[in-house]
Design a protein around this ligand. Structure first.
Ligand SMILES: Nc1ncnc2c1ncn2[C@@H]1O[C@H](COP(=O)(O)OP(=O)(O)OP(=O)(O)O)[C@@H](O)[C@H]1O
Ligand SMILES: [Mg+2]
Length: 283
């Protein structure tokens, strides 16, 4: 049985329909990639999953039972951990503090309870070691870590606190090739622990490398959910690019050509380069 199932979910903000009739299942031990262009509704969908927004219509089921989440805290208590790209960490606070954020171990100091920093640092060190990260000093500020290491700390934290579902919003988008590879490795590690991972990305290659299941959103609607065996990377690329958009681009190029013939050559060249990079990534 799926851990989470959304049934025919719609989300409107005033007159904007951010999501229309979305149904999606999140299973244990799989990486479910959520793809789509800017404004497709990816963040809105994960905000519903993580208790930030309530659906305007449709059902949210957890372990087969309908639930109504009223806050991200509630989702977290149920084991749905979300790592937001920029808000994942407080850069000036230590790695340890970031690891525990709001769930610090306490010890008694006379009549009062204080933060048990020794215990916290020890656990942080151990947990990061488990996923292969050696930190020099858990008291160093998170801001001194690389982007990939920060993502790793956020993922290790979710695993340590017993997440059943881990939602990652564009965790690799700001990273270089090597760092992205490291984060992709953690995603696979989380999956092998039986966690259901939702991986949001613009990058078809990253998705293809680790994904088991793929859902592509386009302007608030779903193109559907596909198992890896039902797809090829090229089909996925096509869905992402959207046939319509390519047609629009052709019309646009045509218009530019009429206005300023010298510009169009440059633009076409750029588009060709971009497509080439998309289909032949450097490994
Ligand atoms: N709080 C809000 N109020 C009004 N409109 C919103 C709100 N949140 C999202 N939207 C609209 O819903 C649509 C989907 O936005 P969303 O942020 O989910 O897209 P996305 O797929 O995450 O895009 P990106 O790849 O750029 O992050 C957009 O048109 C956006 O303007
Ligand atoms: Mg988004």
């Amino acid at each position: 049985m799926a851990i989470i199932e959304l049934k025919d979910v719609t989300k409107s903000f005033g007159r904007v329909n951010a999501l229309r009739g979305i149904s999606i299942k999140i299973d244990a031990g799989e990486v479910h990639c959520l793809l789509g262009d800017n404004g497709a509704g990816k963040s809105t969908l994960i905000k519903i999953l993580s208790g930030v927004h309530k659906p305007t219509q449709g059902q949210y089921e957890f372990d087969g039972k309908p639930v109504e989440l009223s806050s991200p805290r509630e989702a977290l208590d149920m084991g749905i951990a979300t790592v937001f790209q920029d808000l994942a960490m407080l850069p000036l606070m230590s790695i340890t503090r970031n690891f525990f954020l709001g769930r610090e171990p306490k010890k008694a100091l006379g009549p009062v309870e204080v933060f048990d920093s020794g215990k916290a640092s020890k656990i942080t060190n151990e947990e990061l070691n488990k996923i292969g990260i050696e930190i020099r000093d858990p008291d160093q500020a998170v801001g001194t870590l690389s982007g990939g290491e920060r993502q790793a700390v956020a993922i290790a934290r979710a695993v340590y606190f017993g997440a059943r579902v881990l939602i990652l919003d564009e965790p690799t988008s700001a990273l270089g090739v090597k760092e992205a590879a490291v984060v992709l490795k953690y995603i696979v590690q989380a999956k092998t622990k039986g966690i259901g991972v939702i991986f949001i990305t613009h990058n078809v290659h990253h998705a293809w490398a680790v994904g088991d299941t793929f859902t592509v959103l386009n302007r608030g609607s779903s193109y559907g959910t596909f198992k890896k065996a039902e797809l090829t990377r090229e089909k996925l690329l096509q869905m992402m690019a959207g046939g319509e958009e390519l047609e629009e681009l052709a019309v646009e190029l045509d218009l530019i050509a009429k206005r300023d013939p010298s510009e169009v050559g440059k633009l076409e060249h750029r588009v060709a380069e971009e497509l080439d990079r998309e289909t032949h990534p450097k490994q």
